[in-house]
Design a protein around this ligand. Structure first.
Ligand SMILES: [Zn+2]
Ligand SMILES: [Zn+2]
Length: 164
């Protein structure tokens, strides 16, 4: 009776962490292509689990799609390095958009949205050429709300003392 292997052994697929274990390189390639679609700008955007697009996608168990794609569509994957997309789309697995970079480079190159989550235009930090992490408008609004709340509490406390 054949013993089922516990992992991928020496296969290049052993580098794909969390990959469900029934895949071959060929089946994984087909699986990735099945779950993705070509966009107008040449990206091959994959749909992983969950509704969120534009972020790294998980597929085939708990594997990162861009890592799996690098392993079976590009080849020569180095697990010591990160994979990122030259197009900036984290859910893109187009082989010509994938490259391996050091972890530091990957975070530096990560494309930042031009607006904060409340839709304000973000400010560039001239020192780094990157957007500031904290949005000035949101920050000011938050401080404003905090001061108002504090003022209300002080007023309430005064009123309470006044009554006694
Ligand atoms: Zn792309
Ligand atoms: Zn904001």
């Amino acid at each position: 009776m054949p013993v089922e292997p516990r992992g991928y052994g020496d296969s290049v697929l052993s580098a794909v962490k969390g990959l469900s274990r029934y895949h071959t390189e060929e089946s994984l390639r087909a699986y990735l292509l099945q779950r993705s679609h070509r966009t107008d700008n040449g990206c091959l955007v994959i749909h992983g689990y969950g509704p969120r697009r534009g972020i790294h996608q998980k597929v085939a168990g708990r594997a990162w799609a861009h890592i799996a794609a690098y392993v079976v569509l590009v080849g020569g994957y180095d697990p010591a390095l990160d994979v990122d997309q030259t197009c900036g789309a984290a859910d893109c697995i187009e082989p010509t958009h994938l490259r391996q970079v050091s972890r530091a480079d990957a975070s530096r190159n990560r494309v930042q949205p031009a607006q904060c989550r409340n839709g304000h235009d973000r400010e560039l930090d001239p020192a780094t050429g990157r957007y500031r992490r904290v949005c000035r408008t949101c920050n000011r609004d938050a401080q404003h709300r905090w001061r108002e709340r504090e003022a209300a509490e002080v007023a309430q406390a005064r009123a309470a003392y006044g009554r006694s």
